[in-house]
Design a protein around this ligand. Sequence first.
Ligand code: GLN
Ligand code: ZN
Length: 765
Amino acid sequence: MLTHNLGYPRIGSQRELKKACEQFWAGKIPTEELEKVSNSLKANNWEVQKAAGLDLIPVNDFSYYDQVLDLSMLVGAIPERFQKLASEKSPLDLYFAMARGYQKEGFDLKPLEMTKWFETNYHYLVPEFKEDQTFTLQGHKPFEEFTAAKKSGVSPKPVLLGPISYLLLGKEKEAGFSRIDLLDQLLPTYTAILKKFRELGAEWVQIDEPCLSLDLSDQVEEKYQQVYDHFNAELPELKVILANYFDCFGDNLDRALRLPVEVLHLDLVRCPSQLDDILSHQSLANQTLSLGLVDGRNIWKNRYRKSLSMIETTIQQIGKERVWLAPSCSLLHCPYDLDDEQRLDPEIKGWLAFAKQKIGELKDLKMIALTPYATNSRQKLQENDEYINSRASSTKIHNQKVKAAIWALKEEDYKRSSAFSTRQKIQKERFILPLYPTTTIGSFPQTKELRLLRSRFKKGEISQAAYTGKIEKAIAEALKWQEEIGLDVLVHGEFERNDMVEYFGELLNGFAFTQNGWVQSYGSRCVKPPIIYGDVSRPNDMTVKWSKFAQDHSAKPVKGMLTGPITILQWSFIRDDQPRSQTANQIALSIREEVKSLEKAGIRIIQIDEPAFREGLPLRQKDWANYLDWAVKAFRLSSSGIQDQTQIHTHMCYSEFNDIITHIANMDADVITIETSRSEMELLAAFQDFKYPNEIGPGVYDIHSPRIPKQKEIIDLIAKAKSFIPKENIWINPDCGLKTRQWEETKAALSNMVEAARLLRKLDS
Ligand code: GLN
Ligand code: ZN
């Protein structure tokens, strides 16, 4: 029985890599310094994993920016626009240019596109392919890492994203071919990589094929056979661990079991039921099974008894030599080290495990499984039992009032009192807005002074009164300015918020926050997700004071601004002791109370943001309906406890609506504001097939760039939208919040937007 790890976090427990990269980009440190930092991070990771007693330690899991980009570099998939730069600059400059773009010395190069890594909050750089794409082995990074690890005295196991997943995760940059057909081109380069590892003395290699968790066509499925037969023929002595994670093998199981690989890794956290399927499968020959028992996506202590029972079952069926233990997936998605947390409530801390602790759990599990009666084993198991039991029964977690409130929910709590058409009439009479009403998404520029103000207040360096005064001043100024340029529905600006989830988490019961629980989101960007550990409830109003202050300072409607239940859920570490849907419902109930409280305080329009709604979709289509059902319900629960005359807005910042648009319509917000400007065609196509029933604001300009939109562009976009949406239902607004922009750009852009709306009204009357 071996223990192994699929990948370790790499940003450093104190975000050393982030800091070094940013300094390097700013020209403040030379390449050697960046290398020094990364070498020491790698050495430290190896050391920690070795000390924990792991049998095989991953290498090539380190990356300066992103492991998929590393692979594109390694196989020489360098888009044409970078060729000139490649010939003039160092490979490292080229690498970062592909990641971040390059706009100096006469170059103006756009980076590779970035997108979400499956349904995690990690983003990878999308490989770009052309029809005549070629691949060649370039660079030494993984090989140097392997050699260095060996030298440091660990047993390294190279980790490589598999060729099929690599191709599938990329994108065709021209029409007329399918990227999977590049496999024949790609295979020799992959084989060369594997041969190189073998020459350097690698006995094992871990090939990740997480696309085995997706719905695959028969054609792709067959390619899997081709690839692994090929590796087996070319490198019969290299032992392959084929890793799938994030979901079940599902329909791909039979194929996976017929591949000539030594070890098959399964994610038993996301899909525990597949263990029995595999053990009873007729195609199971003499593979070893790597049981992914320790959750690589969450921060809870492993339940040893549950894991041990799966280990036991497997041993009974295939013998202990064929059983390995591992985390469910790479630990990239976990924070580093729980020992660095000094401020967590000790009781809650006792329930948690970060990357370092998770590695320790593997060692415990192996020991207990092999020597259950040894004193040490008994002690470890008992200790674990105690934590698990304390968590199961803690009054910190279980709030009978919340449970009772959820139980008492009735069908009508998920519905507004009247249908949209009735509400629309009432609201049109109440608000008397012009045709094409203008609004913004909520946040205004977050200046340095504001950030400093919040952080000093948090540290207790300034009084509540002084803090409130300064925020109120910022709100009053923002309102005055919005009135001056002539926006119709105003916002208070969100100056009091650092982050749209953290702000609410800190005011709700059931949430805990870490000091160092950073997780890489993309490149040097890290996030610190809140931990939802218990039943969620709302002890006090969260936003009412600010919203009321704002509304009292303007005769125009000012929107109350909330984050929706699904977004709070998606951007947190969530409970594993109840279904996701239940946690979502509890959050929704708290938001619902806040919505009611805002209404009572005289707020007439309330926006509930759901930018992460789509992210929550499961990987396999067959699981979508269930998710969409409870996610839509959670949103409706949060937004339905009010009168017809109160207008609910929601906001989502993406435009891939086509496949879920009926469900979005089902959320029944009176108004939805969405992103359009970056891919307007895609969105408008959605409306061709489905008539969106409620009011909608297709974002008229891209807030991700400092560029000021021209009035004409805005007018053209609305003219197009008008052919799909009745003009009485159209709002005019930017794509998303403006917190990352400068004031100057914001003012110029919004003035153009308001002016464009005025012109449109004239044209239409
Ligand atoms: N109201 C938020 C803002 O304007 C919405 C942010 C988001 O959609 N990500 O910043
Ligand atoms: Zn947005």
